[in-house]
Ligand binder design. Structure first.
Ligand code: SF4
Ligand code: FES
Length: 261
């Protein structure tokens, strides 16, 4: 088993009011089979042994499911491997002697809580603005009880793969949340069960996105490139169509200044 020694430049910040700074650490004897988070665990064990504060970072499932483990690695959200969350990034991606810069998501709507941990509750409020599906779906139905076109089912599933990690916001030069919001609007809007609230949902979620001070989309497509779940920017075009169509009918009471796009 080959091991490596690395130099890490890690963003340390006590709280949102602290200006923060990079601190350099050595990561020694790191196995190529470790995940990136396991490598940070090793560094933190060393810091704790020396009586120093461990590096704060978010994580839960460590299986690419929960979306909490976001950090910018060498300038790229979730690091250099395409369609891979930080927790699923293995150290064999790096080589002995590498220097690695590790930062939190940088976006006004995601204030730093501590070190690499940011507050992503703005995403929760966008989802909450979408509300519930009003149609009674009953208990778990038999397969094919409600006919859904294959294309719609596949597109809805693709959109539902969004884990709410925030990499799209971190990658976007405008800190736009369009890819996330579009994924959440689409995964219900494409299904028959989501039609009753389709207009209201698109208007309310876009209004909340604007209220949270995320930037606008200017088609850089950095979000798609950074997304660990490969959500397509076609999803944004679909949300824009839904938003425009819904706007023809009614305006949301909570409408913010911007709108989709
Ligand atoms: S769209 Fe992709 S990058 Fe954005 S929150 Fe969802 S999974 Fe993360
Ligand atoms: S820790 Fe859950 S997606 Fe990385």
């Amino acid at each position: 088993m080959s091991t490596m020694n690395l130099t890490l430049h890690v963003w340390r910040q006590k709280n949102a009011a602290d200006p923060g700074r990079f601190v350099t650490y050595r990561a020694e004897g790191i196995s190529e089979h470790m995940s990136f988070l396991e490598m940070l665990d090793v560094v933190n064990e060393g810091l704790i042994d020396k009586g120093e504060e461990p590096i704060a970072f978010d994580h839960d499932c460590r299986e690419g499911i929960c979306g909490t483990c976001g950090m910018v690695i060498n300038g790229t959200p979730h690091g250099p491997r395409k369609a891979t969350t930080t927790c699923q990034l293995h150290m064999r991606t790096f080589k002995d002697g590498d220097e690695i810069t590790i930062e939190p998501w940088r976006a006004a709507a995601f204030p730093v809580v501590r070190d690499l941990v940011v507050d992503r509750s703005a995403f929760d409020r966008i989802i909450a603005a979408g509300g519930f599906v009003g149609v009674s779906t009953g208990s778990a139905p038999d397969g094919n009880t409600i006919p859904i076109a294959k294309d719609a089912a596949e597109r809805a599933m693709d959109a539902a793969a969004c884990i709410g990690c925030g990499a799209c916001v971190a990658a976007c030069p405008n800190a736009s949340a369009m890819l996330f919001t579009a994924a959440k609007v689409s995964h219900l809007g494409l299904l028959p069960q989501g039609q009753a609230e389709r207009d209201r949902r698109a208007l309310a979620m876009v209004a909340q996105m604007d209220a949270e001070q995320f930037g606008s989309c200017t088609n850089h497509a950095e979000c798609e490139a950074a997304c660990p779940k490969s959500i397509s920017i076609e999803t944004i075009a679909r949300m824009n169509r839904d938003y425009i169509a819904a706007s023809m009918v009614k305006r949301p009471k909570t409408a913010g200044s911007g709108g989709a796009g």
